[in-house]
Design a protein. Structure first.
Length: 676
């Protein structure tokens, strides 16, 4: 059988990207959403492709008020002390990562990005390093420390403070005296950055310092000259971190100028350790506004969560008071980011025990199915037998559905939109082979809005994993020509695919990374990874995320973020002992983690004919390739925790013949055992 025809029975799935937020109804002027508003710092920062993070101390992770704020508000984490030299290599060559791992793993499990802080710093340095006077010895020690620590977290940290606070205070604009400068000379900075690039080529490499916020200061100018020199000579440097430990007046008047001038050198800028004495709302707003006004200001980190957690505790410099309550500065920051405070009440202490907790997914599911909602609409040039593999988002008051069209001559894609499901059957079908997407094999679509890039993505299979983009989802002629995520099939897939086919690409993102899942009709679920900033490029590290027998883990994977929880839901289509299609399900706290069975058997499936009722008549015994109705439309693929709905493909149980001409139709499942 022609493998491309065989491939056409499946669908590539969704592309996902950043913020985990509930979205407000967007504007109606175009197919690109207006700015969405969130009620937490990290979620709102993510709408502009930025992060809003905090410094975290491992010793405070047992404090429920502390972790409650951490998990709710921030999408980036910096270890306060746990990744510094005295914490990771107290004795030469003897590395300890327990506390750093605790912070790293906790952040990863919750989809929070991680900044690495710091590799080379004259302070918090063990005495054995400070006492080295031989240049070759110190060079080897420094490079080994950088390489070992970065290798430990390779691919998991988005930005590293490679060198910290190397410039002197005062009017010299020169490097400060330190063991590194005194023994190795000024060249130690370049060597540190080159070593870091070799250790983790994907991480952003930053120089980080304090008192470099005022453009006219000699120290600022010294750092600027270094970065300009590095960029001119090809020394790897990607970002400058400005610590921003401000007095009561907040940032200097030239702060935005400083950010812009560094960015003009071709580096990102990040506010890395923000705190402001007495936490003036206006001072905080001015600081955040300066970042928002500079496109290459990619994120903000406050140096601690509550005033009591701050190294400047006596100055009450943070966004939350000692009881964990939001201060006026919090609302000033959220509003400046573009968000909306959740309420006017100041307290954000844990809710009383009687308050309702977020709904959890049940361990068993039951469903009711509609009748056939969407059928093929052949025309003079499209002799279509089946419509299948749907993807759907609700945006701008309409459902937007993309699906595969199947016929004896092959597969392509179709688009339709409608206001409610009663109109689905009469909606106009727009055939995408008439657009830049083109003719030839295209199948298994999924659509989502990339919030940081302000662009819609349509992902589908072409024999490779392909995508097109469009600024307006409602314009079927706006899609770009296909582009591929991979140059060729990853080796691990080639080695395990056997007689199967590479199908059903599905992309989902947390706040740090995007993951591309795919199947092989041979019992394997694969996962590749890139960063949110690199997407759609850079998918590497392809691994087997799950495996089972051929028909137990067949194809059509879906992965979603469950709203209001730290939980992800995985669905995979299986073929039952009766030859009929159904879905199994698993959960995980991390997209990169292992998956725990939820409803994952024929007797307890996620969705199968035996847990679906058909009030309008049992028009199908297959519950096959489809997609959840999402709570939003962005790259995070967030779904509600209850009252689930699933748009799927089914067909007449008596149908037979060539797979490409089977009469697949689309119907809608609605969960009937929701507890909320």
């Amino acid at each position: 059988m022609n493998p491309l025809k065989r491939l056409g029975r499946r669908r590539a799935s969704v592309l996902a990207l950043l913020a985990t937020v509930a979205l407000v109804t967007p504007g109606t002027a175009t197919g690109a959403p207006d700015d969405v508003k969130a009620s937490t710092l990290g979620a709102q920062a993510a709408q502009s492709g930025r992060y809003f993070g905090t410094a975290v101390a491992a010793g405070r992770l047992g404090d429920s008020t502390y972790t409650g704020i951490l998990d709710r508000e921030f999408n980036s984490v910096t270890a306060e002390n746990e990744m510094k030299w005295d914490a990771t290599e107290r004795s030469r060559g003897q590395f300890t990562f327990g506390a750093a791992d605790q912070i790293m793993n906790r952040a990863a499990a919750r989809g929070q990005r991680m900044r690495g802080h710091t590799l080379v710093w004259h302070s918090q340095l063990p005495g054995w390093v400070s006492s080295i006077r031989d240049a070759n010895t110190l060079r080897g020690v420094m490079n080994n420390h950088i390489t070992t620590v970065m290798n430990r977290y390779k691919g998991r940290i988005h930005s590293w403070d490679v060198v910290n606070e190397a410039f002197a205070d005062g009017g010299s604009g020169q490097l400060r005296s330190s063991v590194f400068r005194d023994v190795l000379g000024n060249g130690f900075l370049e060597e540190a950055f080159r070593t870091a690039r070799s250790a983790d080529p994907a991480a952003k490499l930053c120089y980080n310092d304090y008192n470099i916020e005022n453009w006219s200061d000699a120290k600022t100018q010294g750092v600027y000259r270094m970065v300009r020199d590095f960029k001119a000579r090809g020394v790897p440097i990607d970002c400058v971190g400005l610590q921003a430990h401000f007095g009561t007046g907040g940032p200097p008047a030239s702060f935005q100028t400083t950010l812009s001038n560094f960015a003009a050198l071709g580096v990102d800028v990040q506010i890395t350790e923000l705190d402001i004495a007495q936490a003036s709302p206006n001072a905080y707003a001015n600081t955040v506004r300066a970042c928002m006004n500079v496109a290459r200001c990619t994120g903000i980190t406050v140096w601690g969560i509550r005033d009591s957690d701050s190294w400047r505790a006596g100055e009450n410099p943070l966004l939350f008071d000692r009881g964990g309550n939001k201060k006026p500065a919090y609302n000033a920051v959220l509003t400046t980011l573009g968000g909306t405070p959740a309420s006017t009440r100041q307290t954000d202490a844990p809710p009383p025990r009687s308050a309702a907790a977020p709904a959890a997914l049940p361990s068993r599911f039951s469903w009711s199915s509609s009748g056939t909602l969407i059928s093929p609409k052949p025309d003079a040039t499209h002799n279509i037998a089946g419509i299948k593999d749907p993807t759907v988002v609700q945006y701008n008051g309409k459902y937007h559905v993309f699906a595969s069209t199947a016929s004896s001559s092959g597969y392509n894609l179709v688009y339709l939109n409608f206001n409610d499901w009663s109109q689905a059957g009469s909606a106009t079908h727009h055939y995408l082979d008439r657009t830049a997407i083109g003719s030839g094999y295209r199948a298994a679509p999924q659509v989502f809005y990339n919030a940081p890039q302000r662009l819609w993505y349509l992902v589908y299979q072409t024999g490779n994993a392909s995508y097109s983009t469009n600024p307006d989802i409602s314009n079927p002629n706006g899609w770009s020509a296909p582009r591929n995520f991979y140059s060729s099939m990853p080796d691990i897939i080639r080695q395990n695919i056997g007689n199967g086919y590479w199908v059903d690409m599905w992309v989902i993102c947390d706040s740090a990374n995007c993951y591309l899942f795919s199947s092989d009709d041979n019992g394997h679920l694969y996962r590749s990874q890139t960063t949110v900033g690199q997407f759609p490029n850079g998918f590497t590290n392809t691994v087997i995320a799950a495996q089972d027998s051929k028909y137990a883990l067949f194809e059509a994977s879906n992965v979603y973020k469950v709203q209001g929880s730290n939980q992800y839901l995985l669905l995979v289509e299986a073929i039952g002992s009766d030859g009929r299609r159904y879905f199994r399900s698993w959960t995980s706290t991390s997209l990169a983690g292992s998956w725990t069975p939820l409803a994952a058997s024929e007797s307890n499936p996620f969705a199968r004919a035996n847990n679906v009722t058909f009030p309008s008549g049992a028009w199908t015994r297959d519950i096959s390739h489809g997609e959840m109705i999402r709570a939003g439309y962005d790259q995070t693929l967030t779904i509600p925790a209850c009252r689930l709905q699933y748009l799927y493909q089914g067909m007449n149980p008596n149908a037979s013949g060539d797979y490409n001409t089977l009469p697949w139709r689309l119907g809608l499942l609605t969960q009937t055992n929701s507890t909320c």
